[in-house]
Every structure is written in C-alpha cells, then in structure tokens.
Design a protein around this ligand. Structure first.
Ligand code: OAD
Length: 246
C-alpha cells in the first residue's frame, strides 16, 4: 500500500540547471509543442524532433541531482514500498540522486523506443533519424518520450497508489498537463491529504497545504516533517506541527 504518492515536475530539476517548460525562459517559449512533441511532428520533421531531444539528452547528462532529489531518496529509504515516486520528468536525476523504482510517466531521455516493434534500449546521446532498432532492424528509433496525444506510462499503477494514498504531494509542477494535473483531485476524493510544493503556487483549491519556494529549500524540510509525522503518529493525519509558516 502506498501511504505517500509524490508527483514531481520540471521545477524539481530547475536548480540542477534544466529548463522548465512554461513561464519565462521555459522550453515551450522557444519551441512549439506541435513542432517537437507530437507523433505528427516526428512524422513531418524527424530531424527537428531528434535534434530537440538530442539537446535535452546532452543537457540532462551533464546535470547533477540537487538537494530536493536527494531528500526524496531519503524519504524513499524510510518508506520503502509505502512510497510511490512518480515523475513527469524525462531526466534521470531522481535515479542519479539514489532513488529506485521511479515511475517515469512521460518516458526517459536515456531510452530509445522502436516505433515499429516497441522495443526499448539505452539511447545513444545522439539519436539519428533512421537509427536501426537493435531488435527488429527497422529504421524507426525515436526518443522514448510520451508525446502529446499519446498515453502516459504506468497509469494503472499510479491510479491504484493514488486511491490508497494518505498524502499526495505535487512538487515543482504547474499542473497544466493531464492526466497528471488530475492526480490531486483523484487522490483527494479517495481520502488523501494533498500538498503542493512549488515556486509559483497553482491556486488549485484541492491542495490542503501549499509550500511556496525553491525545491532545494522546501523539499528537505517537508521530507523531515513527513518522516517525523509518520514516525510519531504511526499513520498520517492532518494538523501535525509543521516547520513551514502556514
Ligand atoms: P512546467 O514548466 O509546466 O512547470 C514547472 C513548475 O515548477 C512551475 O509551477 C514553477 O513554478 C515550478 N518551479 C520552477 N522552479 C522551481 C524550483 N526551483 N523549485 C520548485 N518549483 C519550481 O513543468 P511541468 O509541470 O513538469 O510533458 O510540465 C508538465 C509536462 O508538460 C512535462 O512533463 C512535459 C510538458 O509539456 C511532455 O513533454 C509530455
């Protein structure tokens, strides 16, 4: 049973030097989703799409996990199977920070996917147009990224965990992209207490607690609070003392 479900977004990797998607300087300011992040874009101009993700892959490979990634690893060690860490991020900074069994609902930059047979394999840093699948030989390699119009990965597992969660936390995500944007409401209806940790709060009324600030500051404090709360109370419940101003 997952007592805690965490959903992370681009904001948790921002202080590791990776761009978020929205807002000033975000990736979608300089690139149109329709040009680089849909199956139709890949069919129309595969070179442009491969270049976009080759640049992202090279950037992500240089980035280091930050204090927020590492704090969530610590929480994972404390909770084991009672924590499900779901990320919309396609970087591997949770894993680089020591987290295991991270659920990548939007895929991973370091994986390639055969558009013909569905085989997956570790991506080279530069994925070329027409790169052959090592399993079926088709020249159909694409980044293993869930594009707009495609179904995110692991939805059954995520929804099952959300339906059992006592605490759901959205960290560094704007809540603009479904289905992830609906996880809070789903968890709340199933009885979870919902927390939001982000630089610019979404204003979504489903959140019982909103903790504004940079993830490297807020996440370690929140993790310490959650560990103490579950340790002292056995089970979580609203209204515990918190190190954050309300
Ligand atoms: P967004 O770029 O939409 O939102 C990033 C969020 O992180 C915003 O709410 C910021 O306020 C917050 N933020 C920025 N810096 C932060 C920091 N240092 N600490 C804490 N929070 C910070 O990114 P996502 O919500 O992750 O999908 O975007 C969701 C999906 O949209 C992505 O997975 C991607 C994109 O299109 C696909 O490509 C399929």
């Amino acid at each position: 049973m997952s007592q805690i479900v965490i959903l992370t977004g681009a904001g948790i990797s921002a202080e590791s030097g990776l761009n978020t998607f929205r807002g000033g300087g975000g990736l979608w300011e300089n690139h149109r989703v329709e040009d680089v992040a849909t199956p139709e874009a890949f069919a129309r101009n595969p070179a442009l799409v491969q270049r976009f993700y080759n640049e992202r892959r090279a950037g992500a490979a240089k980035a280091q996990p930050n204090a927020a990634h590492i704090a969530l690893t610590d929480l994972g060690h404390a909770f084991g199977d009672d924590l499900l860490l779901v990320t919309q991020n396609v970087d591997s900074l949770h894993e680089a920070g020591g987290s295991r069994a991270v659920v990548h609902m939007h895929g991973q930059l370091d994986q390639a996917l055969c558009a013909s047979c569905g085989h997956r394999w570790p991506s080279p840093t530069e994925l070329e147009v027409g790169h052959a699948c090592p399993s079926c030989g088709a020249p159909s390699a694409r980044p293993d990224i869930v594009w707009f119009g495609e179904i995110p990965y692991h939805m059954d597992r995520i929804l099952e965990a959300l339906s059992q969660a006592e605490v759901f936390a959205a960290i560094g995500t704007s809540g603009q992209v479904y289905p992830a944007a609906g996880f809070g409401e789903f968890a709340q209806q199933a009885g979870a207490e919902c927390h939001e940790l982000t630089l610019e709060p979404s204003g979504n009324p489903i959140f019982d607690r909103v903790i504004a600030g940079p993830a490297t500051h807020t996440v370690p404090l929140w993790v310490a609070e959650i560990k103490e709360r579950f340790a002292t109370k056995g089970r979580a419940g609203p209204g515990s003392d918190a190190p954050f101003p309300s």
